[in-house]
Design a protein around this ligand. Sequence first.
Ligand code: AGP
Length: 589
Amino acid sequence: MCGIVGYVGKRQAAPILIDGLYQLEYRGYDSVGIAVSDGNSLEIVKKTGRVREIEGARGLRGTLGIGHTRWATHGGINVENAHPHTYQRITLVHNGIIENAQKLKQDLLQRGEIFSSETDSEVIAHLIADAYRGDLLSAVMESCARLDGSYALVVFCEDEPRKLVCARMRSPLVVGTGKGGAVVASDLSAVAEKDATLYSLNDGEFAQLSETEIDFYRSSGDKINKFPIAFDLEEGNSDLKGYRHYMRKEIDEIPDVLRLSRQKFDENFRNSDFCKVLCQTEYIHIIACGTAYHSGLCAKTAIERICRIPVEVHVASEFRDSDPILQSGTLVIAISQSGETADTIAAVRLAKRKGAYIAAVVNVKYSSLTRLADTVLYTQAGREVAVAATKSFNAQLMTLYSFAEALAAVKGRRAPSLNGFERKALRTISLSESVQSWVPYFVGAKSAYFIGRGEDMCTALEGSLKLKEISYLPSEGYAAGELKHGTLALIEPYTPVVAIVTRREIAQKTMNAVHEAYSRGATIFLVTCFEEYCGMDEVKASVLIPKCPPVFSPVLSAIPLQLLAYYTSVARGNDPDKPRNLAKSVTVE
Ligand code: AGP
């Protein structure tokens, strides 16, 4: 996905755009650009790389402008494909994917129109220019009617130099007043400020912004009234507070996040009629991607063990193309930190069409998923800037475990205690600093393996994803019992293998897999709550985490793995906050 920003008002636009793009950079950072107009001329600066590459454009003169930080989808990473895109008198920035772009482009090429990029976004600029007959809003509406796919657009026309027109279809867009004029951005972080009045555009809606006015429209051209969104300034802002990277800071925030997430769940649950839904719940389907999928797997082990309700966990991109069987009495839980992941949203739309009740576990307020769900169980992770999910994962677990506890109560069963995790997490973070001594065994490794059984296997999957996505080290999370059925062939001398062991009754079986790997030369690392295993000859190093109910142990056992990934990434010279090829939320399919 990409980050887009726009401004029209009394102040110089360039600094507002660039500062806004820094806040949106976590959404994509392959290339960056701004276009600024002083009413007579339009200046465009575009570069590959991070927002800092256009600091030289901060002095551009003009009180209207648009900006974009890109995560490449159609077209490689180069200046030509960077936004803003211009055709004739039209300039725009776009976040999303236009699925019929090639067909549209072929028609335009046959009419002799020349393109300067490979992007689908430039096609939109051509459509609007061709449709323009003196009214930008009408031209944008007419063009959007021809688009299949997703878009958040901010469009400028040199013949109407004091206006911006915005359009939204399945890519988020916030518009409002602020900074002495009107603002638009992909999310609150770029525009939230004390005196701002901000609105969230819904799918199929348009907005026309000028220095003094904001008007909202449906695609029919009818004007609509919208209510502003309430936002918490604290949530929108996030500075490093002396840390070297957001990821390390966000891991330190986990104890607070666990306390707040459990507290918020209790408050919400008591005040909602969600309890009635749980009384009728006989089956649960969980839908998510990436780390959120792993928290769904952890939730499955907890819900099935505690509540004896069958749970299926689906990768959203697979679920959305399937023809799922959702019996009556089915509850669908969609998990998403951003609430904007396109695959998860598409999967939820499918489940809704099949009549399922949707509960969403979401971190970002007012995100698209919150508007689709019947009930929202907000995690309280606060803004998570690092692309690699850490505190939001632990927050999802605490919210899902609280849900399991509530469901158990409704079903007349008892869950193990969820108390004391804030303190246990604080201690685990401190104990996990020792993983820095593990890093030399990972930095130069060809590959790494994470193994566990039951909930420990779910944690192993998450530990492996963390290491892969920020250190770029090939890694695999695996069921410990499966290792001997093939993957063991990949174990060579010094291959690092991390075993997670938190459930007494299956601990020895995981240790059997450890012995099998060790006897083939692997270097063994342990995350466990059983001290007796830490001193074994086979174990190079270990983190002894505080004891807790095994079914909830991923809340703690993930922490040393998060820190291992972080320190390995830094040791390999990477930026753990903005890993290559990735973005914080994938709003494209
Ligand atoms: C996690 O570290 C990744 N950044 C990624 O897998 C992420 O969890 C996934 O894209 C889902 O995002 P969401 O929770 O915002 O839906």
